[in-house]
Design a protein around this ligand. Structure first.
Ligand SMILES: [Zn+2]
Length: 493
């Protein structure tokens, strides 16, 4: 490349950067910067003052009291009653109430598996949520290991009839690999399999099975479905590759009961000037029936209502309402958020920013969100105020963030706690989802970030831009960028 072209590339780069730059007015920037004292106050209270260690303590008391909270169970409802009382009486959060939701009620009764040929050995497993039972005395059948539902169809079409299918895939990311958990029972049953065992959906394993929801299809035989560990899936595959005939015996007993009534748990700090406009912070209160749901999603739920406790105690009432919603029944089909969406369809237009933390509450790094360019600029500027806890990263996303709130990903701005969650799936949906997976200091900082962002977005002079597409300066900057890039490309080549 000639020197002159190199210089032009630099000039072009400068132009692109400027076109992508934020166009907040000096007044808007100064307005956001004026919240630094408030943010410092929140950080001080949560990481050093009266709330230090309290998000963790509150959650520890809660999970010790109620344990796992699977949708449909009394434990979940008791835990909701407790929290309504706690939010209302102890922390004086406003308009605390539950909103009824009909939720699925499936229960695990018992399960075991063992290899009977070529050697006798126990196989740890967890039935998948929604799985049907085996006959009372179990199923004994030969094993066929495949890599996916398509693999059955393409390469094992007639070979799985009457067999137990094991799905052992290459793990990519949770988002990609979790599809095996949903697809497997229908695909295996369509080809005559009598049961299906999937490799647990995790990037790291210490021989623990990970449960999670699965699905059936009307008109296709429902076969029992369970997760086995990564180690056991690999062991079964090695045996198949060596030409060994492996026989397994499994016994899974579950029951599906009538839908039950549960509740989304709601509390707020009512806005002083525009009470109808709402910023939501959320997480889900239900959990799987293994472990105690401390990580998934006790942490997310507790930073969400505790953010309100902190704001309330510091006397921080924003112009708009800050609402905490603790969803019910996320794990087996998101009945909670679907009911909320239906019940509030007429006020959705007033929801200006909805946040959910359901990817772990490890060391917070910032926020991952879907917003237009101006919204991105505002959040970027707000997150700069979180410099004292090193959580300033503004990560704009195009795919959905959070879990429940992905229902609104194309409708309104949504955000999720961006945190150092590399180990999240080690514990996810296992009996190791306990308080030991959490860190009190990280939770304090997550609460501080949650409270700060929610408060500032709810308090700014102008409504946070609700549109997800750009208008005005940002739209023209993008057009300029595309036109300039095309012209330059044509000239360059
Ligand atoms: Zn979750």
């Amino acid at each position: 490349m000639s020197a002159i072209k190199l210089v032009l590339v630099f000039l072009l780069w400068g132009t692109i950067s400027r076109a992508d730059d934020c166009n907040l007015s000096q007044a808007e920037i100064e307005e956001i910067q004026s919240y630094q004292d408030v943010v410092n106050q929140i950080i001080e209270a949560t990481t050093n003052g009266q709330f230090k260690g309290e998000t963790f303590e509150e959650l520890a008391v809660f999970v010790d009291k109620f344990g796992a909270r699977l949708s449909g169970t009394q434990a979940l409802e008791d835990s909701i009653d407790y929290l309504l009382e706690r939010m209302n009486s102890t922390f004086d959060i406003e308009n605390v109430h539950g909103e009824d939701v009909q939720v699925p009620h499936w229960e695990r009764i018992s399960e075991w598996a063992e290899m009977v040929e070529p050697i006798s050995a126990k196989i740890p497993l967890l039935a998948l949520g929604g799985s049907v039972s085996t006959p009372e005395d179990g199923i004994e059948a030969e094993v066929v290991v495949v890599s996916s539902a398509e693999d059955i169809h393409n390469n094992y079409h007639d070979a799985v009839d009457g067999k137990i299918v094991v799905i052992n895939y290459d793990y990519h990311s949770y988002g990609v690999s979790v599809s095996h958990r949903y697809d497997a029972p229908v695909a295996a049953a369509n080809h005559g399999a009598v049961a299906v065992l999937i490799r647990s959906v995790t990037d790291f394993s210490m021989d623990s099975p990970h449960t999670g929801q699965t699905t059936y299809e009307d008109g296709v035989t429902k076969i029992p479905a369970a997760a086995i560990t990564v180690e056991h899936a690999n062991m079964l595959q090695r045996r198949q590759e060596r030409g060994e005939n492996v026989t397994i015996r499994i016994n899974i007993q579950t029951q599906t009961l009538a839908d039950a009534t549960s509740r989304n748990t709601v509390g707020e700090i009512v806005g002083s000037e525009k009470p109808n406009k709402v910023v939501i912070v959320s997480g889900h209160l239900d959990s799987w029936d293994v472990g105690v749901g401390a990580l998934d999603d006790g942490g997310g739920a507790f930073i969400s209502w505790y953010a309100l406790a902190v704001l309330k105690s510091l006397g921080l009432r924003a112009r708009r309402t800050v609402r905490s919603v603790l969803w019910t029944a996320e794990e087996n089909g998101m009945a909670g958020v679907k009911a909320y969406d239906e019940l509030h369809k007429d006020d959705l237009g007033d929801f200006i920013f909805v946040m959910e933390s359901d990817d772990g509450t490890f060391t917070p790094l910032g926020l991952r969100f879907i917003a237009n360019t101006k919204g991105t600029c505002i959040l970027t500027e707000i997150l700069k105020l979180l410099e004292p806890i090193n959580a300033t990263q503004a990560v704009r996303s195009t795919s959905g963030v959070g879990s429940d709130i992905t229902i609104w990903k194309d409708v309104l701005p949504t955000g999720s706690l961006y945190n150092q969650n590399d180990n999240y799936f080690w514990y996810h949906h296992t009996k190791a989802d306990t308080m030991e997976a959490l860190d009190p200091d990280a939770l304090d900082r997550a609460t501080a970030l949650w409270a700060s962002v929610a408060y500032i977005v709810a308090d700014l002079n102008e409504d946070f831009p609700r549109a997800l597409t750009d208008s005005g300066f940002y739209a023209s900057a993008n057009v300029f960028y595309v036109v300039f890039l095309s012209l330059f490309g044509v000239w360059f080549y």
